[in-house]
Design a protein around this ligand. Structure first.
Ligand code: FAD
Ligand code: DHB
Length: 389
């Protein structure tokens, strides 16, 4: 089999790239290790930058999102007794939207299927060959049979644990990593959101986040120990802990109910450089991870897709390789800024094991500065709604 672009990974990055390329007449094949049901069962991000929304529109898959999403013009920040709102619209003229990654992925799968897109599920042993030559190819097996696809380019959209990044030799690849000494325990519950904006809350018991998916579906997170397992947390224990970490006015009106999903994610900052090796391009979680504070994970994946898609279009339409040659440089310039924002917001609002009283005073001073300073709020808002592509 032959394909212009071979995409490894059928998560949001791979599907969005495949859909955008299709609309420009560039064909692709997507290889996904799991089943569609498995990919759609993963509850992850919920906040989309307008850059992401615009890409979904360009891909022709935004109709349901435009109808069902919530527009958020601001967010609540709280830290101990300090509580204030940062208004994105006032500072940037822009906003974010609430629309779950599960819905984004579902819309993309529906569009790919409607257009006859080639997505192969349950692929095993995916291997990239000759990525640094002009004739790369990929092998994989399904049901014990090995297959080969020749292609012009390989897009590694296979997440943090995929094969694409590992294909780049260690003599060329440099990885930067920071692990945080805690995780986030998240639950999804069929209850109305506690507030019409998100609440990012630092407390003496640790961080908490109140988020949502729609008017009757809420997403809540609490900072937890890395050694915790979701089974250690009954729903009652989760709600009790959440209430202790958010401002009283919200705790008093929080509607609780049974969780329909409960999971723990460790927090990590990670970047690999370069994001291109020969004809292999890394996108999304395959190349970088942010801690979730600030909602940048899925949004940085989207900016990679923007740069790669434009570069490939320029190459296939005009024979000009400038866009793909500068892919790694352009993507990384934006990634590092999102890494900084996610790292800084994590540091601002979480409890760290070795924090002393001085460290806590510094956190409080940082929060107070953000509360009192318009420029600081503007910087936060610019980062939150998403830096320009
Ligand atoms: P992925 O979504 O990881 O998709 C990669 C795909 O590649 C997967 O479907 C995988 O099965 C497939 N794959 C992997 N290896 C292979 C292989 N060898 N062959 C073929 N296919 C392969 N971001 C936020 O902004 N907010 C959040 O609350 C949030 N929560 C998260 C919780 C968890 C547990 C995780 C892991 C991430 C979370 N993120 C969050 C980050 C966000 O979900 C990711 O940034 C986003 O999913 C990246 O999309 P992607 O397509 O690049 O990678
Ligand atoms: C959500 C996740 C985040 O990491 C975040 O910063 C905001 C919202 C969410 O899942 O809704």
């Amino acid at each position: 089999m032959k394909s212009q672009v071979l995409i490894i990974g059928g998560g949001p990055s791979g599907l969005l790239l495949s859909q955008l390329l299709h609309r420009k007449g560039i064909n692709s094949v997507v290889l996904e290790r799991k089943t569609k049901e498995y990919v759609l069962g993963r509850i992850r991000a919920g906040i989309l930058e307008t850059g992401f929304v615009n890409l979904m529109r360009e891909a022709g898959v935004a109709a349901r999102m435009d109808k069902e999403c919530f527009v958020h013009d601001g967010t609540v920040i709280s830290y101990g007794d300090t509580q204030f709102e940062i208004n994105f619209k006032e500072h940037t003229g822009s906003h974010v939207v609430v629309y779950g990654q599960t819905e984004v992925t579902r819309d993309l799968y529906e569009a790919r299927e409607a257009m006859g897109g080639n997505i192969i599920f349950n692929t095993e042993d995916v291997t990239i060959h000759d990525a640094d030559s002009d004739a790369p190819y990929v092998t994989y097996s399904t049901d014990g049979t090995t297959h080969r696809i020749d292609c012009e380019f390989v897009a590694g959209c296979d997440g943090f644990h995929g094969v694409s990044r590992q294909t780049i030799p260690l003599t060329i690849r440099k990885e930067y990593e920071k692990l945080y000494p805690f995780g986030w325990l998240g639950i999804l519950s069929e209850t109305p959101p506690v507030h019409d904006e998100l609440i990012y809350s630092g407390s003496d018991r640790g961080f908490a986040l109140c988020s949502m998916r729609n008017e009757s579906l809420s997403r809540y997170y609490i900072q937890c120990s890395l050694s915790d397992s979701p089974d250690d947390w009954t729903d009652d224990a989760f709600w009790r802990e959440l209430k202790r970490r958010i401002p009283r006015e919200f705790a008093d009106k929080l509607v609780t109910g049974p969780s329909i999903e409960k999971s723990i994610a460790p927090l990590r900052s990670f970047v690999t450089e370069p994001m291109r090796w020969g004809r292999l391009f890394l996108c999304g979680d395959a190349a970088h991870i942010v801690p979730p504070t600030g909602a940048k994970g899925l949004n940085t994946a989207a900016s990679d897709i923007h740069y790669l898609y434009n570069g490939l279009e320029q190459y296939f339409e005009d024979g000009d390789s400038e866009g793909i040659d500068r892919y790694s440089e352009k993507a990384l310039a934006r990634i590092w800024k999102a890494e900084r924002f996610s790292w800084a917001t994590t540091n601002l609002l979480h409890r760290f094991p070795k924090q002393n009283e001085f460290d806590l005073k510094m956190q409080q001073a940082d929060v107070n500065f953000l509360r009192d300073n318009r420029e600081a709020q503007s910087v936060f808002a610019q980062n939150y709604v998403g830096l320009p592509y």
